[in-house]
Design a protein around this ligand. Structure first.
Ligand code: G6P
Length: 366
């Protein structure tokens, strides 16, 4: 069916706004009817493997990078991640106790497909998380899990990213249950939080007005830094990638704690620093890194929940208040400000948001 902009100025805006709905659909697809358990194809059994290798490109790679934290923390499963263009040429060691998981919106990315083929006959099982269920990557996998995001037109991926994260989190929870590494009460609690996520995402979309205002100022910057710790670190990468892709402003992501080993040299009053910091177990550490930036006149945009802004927000340049959520779910939720900042900065600069220069939606050549 022909997809239109549905009253939005750009496909990207429409796709950002659709996220609560499509995530809700993915969640109901992978949970049992009453929502109290996960229902995945029977062939996926995490007691059969001791290692997970995840490979992808672009935004899908940052989904893998986030999922590594989930699989390790929830399921105590060792995870290796790589971008497909490196993975396929570095002679990676894939043993029989490994499941190889490929994440791709299009399911046609040449490097990801080649990485999958490299793992055939080596890995115990080949899994994929795809948007296009009829794609080459889906067809060549032992089990393909659709993310159900619907057609994504904007070249910069948005709803596919959060749907990838949602399916990967469900997989990590399933792995934790299979491997006996999660208490039943915590498992139930996280499923309850997951079912509440579409509502929280809807609430988060109300940050749009303030984000637009801040983006007008970001549009004047030449360089922007994104900082995060733990699960917010991959999201810092995704935020920087989105901004580069559509606004053409140079953006770089750093792990908050790594700032002092180099990029702090870049800080002056012209460089906005976006700090992604929900009030989780690492919040205080991130705030102290943020203060190092402010002590050097860096302009901090703090994105946190209201308690976080109260505790750590003093002296920041700008702030965005997010709804509360379980720390496990925050990468999905905080994708919204990352996407909206890139979107409104690009709109403010007048760039072609849906068709950025030099980029293709699906890269089927090496
Ligand atoms: C291109 C797109 C990106 C996407 C990447 C991987 O670079 O512009 O948005 O993240 O390919 O694509 P895939 O379809 O494999 O997820």
């Amino acid at each position: 069916a022909q997809v239109d902009k549905g009253g939005y100025k750009h496909f990207m805006a429409k796709e950002i706004a659709e996220q609560p709905t499509v995530i809700g659909e993915a969640i109901s697809h992978y949970l049992t009817q009453d929502g109290t358990d996960i229902a995945l194809p029977a062939e996926i059994d995490f007691t059969k493997i001791d290692r997970l290798t995840m490979v992808a490109c672009g935004t899908a790679f940052y989904a893998c990078m986030t999922a590594k934290y989930w699989f390790e923390q929830l399921a105590q499963l060792p995870v290796e991640i790589d971008v497909a263009s490196e993975f396929r040429y570095r002679d990676p060691v894939i043993t029989k106790d490994t499941a190889a998981l490929f994440v791709s919106q299009s399911g046609e990315t040449a490097d990801t497909l080649a990485a999958l083929r490299y793992c055939e006959g080596k890995a115990e099982q080949i899994l994929s998380v795809v948007n296009v269920a009829t794609s080459s990557i889906a067809r060549e996998s032992d089990v393909a899990l659709p993310i159900l995001a619907g057609t994504e037109i904007g070249v910069a991926s948005t709803k596919a990213f959060t749907c990838q994260l949602t399916v990967l989190l469900i997989l990590a929870l399933k792995a934790a249950k299979d491997r006996g590494t999660i208490e039943d009460s915590r498992y139930q609690e996280l499923l309850t939080e997951l079912r509440a996520l579409p509502g929280i995402m809807n609430h988060a979309l109300t940050i749009e007005a303030v984000t637009e205002k801040i983006s007008r100022k970001l549009a004047e910057a030449r360089d922007i830094l994104f900082l995060g710790r733990g699960v917010m670190y991959p999201l810092a990468h995704e935020g920087a990638l989105k901004l580069k892709e559509i606004s053409y402003i140079h953006a770089e992501a750093y792990a908050s704690g790594e700032l002092k080993h180099g990029p702090i040299a870049l800080i002056d009053k012209k460089v906005p620093v976006v700090v992604l910091a929900p009030r989780d177990g690492l919040f205080d550490k991130t705030v102290s890194n943020m203060q190092e930036v402010m002590a050097r006149n860096g302009k901090v945009l703090l994105i946190s929940d209201s308690k976080g802004l109260m505790e750590g927000g003093e002296g920041t340049w700008e702030a965005i208040a997010m709804p509360d959520a379980d720390p496990v779910l925050t990468p999905i939720l905080y994708a919204i400000p990352a996407q909206l900042l890139a979107y409104h900065t690009a709109v403010s600069k007048g760039t072609d948001v849906d068709q950025p220069r030099n980029l293709a939606k699906s890269v089927t050549v090496e």
